[in-house]
Write a protein that binds this ligand. Sequence first.
Ligand code: ATP
Length: 193
Amino acid sequence: MSRYNATDDPLCYPGTQVLINKAGLRHQDELDQFEQLMYLTRAEEPLPGGSLDYKHYKLIHHHFFQDVYDWAGQPRQIRTGKGGNWFCYPEYIDGEMTRIFGQLANEDHLVGFSDPKHFAERAAYYIAEINAIHPFREGNGRCQLTLLDILLNNSGFTMNEDQIVPDIFIQAMITSFRGENRRLEQAILDLMS
Ligand SMILES: Nc1ncnc2c1ncn2[C@@H]1O[C@H](COP(=O)(O)OP(=O)(O)OP(=O)(O)O)[C@@H](O)[C@H]1O
């Protein structure tokens, strides 16, 4: 779905940036279509159960991308970045994801927030941290939105997907990479109902 800066990637067909995939597709546009179709199909099914920890997050990724990639649900092994922002080095992913989901558990997975602004502030913090870690080689954005949806539901809010403006959301994510979460907080507030 998205182009990465990546160091030599054994997950790609040699000499290309196309990820080796179960359909054997070697053109990025064909893979994009196949990946999105499989994702949407799996998204219709119930999510795997779990206790909203790192293990559960990996199960969710596996669920969405199991038809496309052998490595679905497994953390990334190479260094990647987008737009000049390099994400967490792979050797630190497990530790960082365990840390951030531990923090989320200590905050009771954002259950019981009545103030939308306060909820958006805390949710933006977690989504921004997980984006900066970027645990998977591909599919991070879709897993982040799923996590956001779960967190919203935990506090009795719902996600109004029609209100998501992809460009605004991506710009907010990019700004959050620099530790400035205000735009992301607003983007979350705008999609809450
Ligand atoms: N320059 C950037 N710096 C930091 N984060 C970025 C940058 N560009 C995009 N992102 C974020 O990366 C995530 C997308 O990651 P990835 O491509 O792995 O997910 P995806 O689900 O395959 O793609 P998409 O979210 O585009 O469908 C999104 O949350 C996006 O906002």
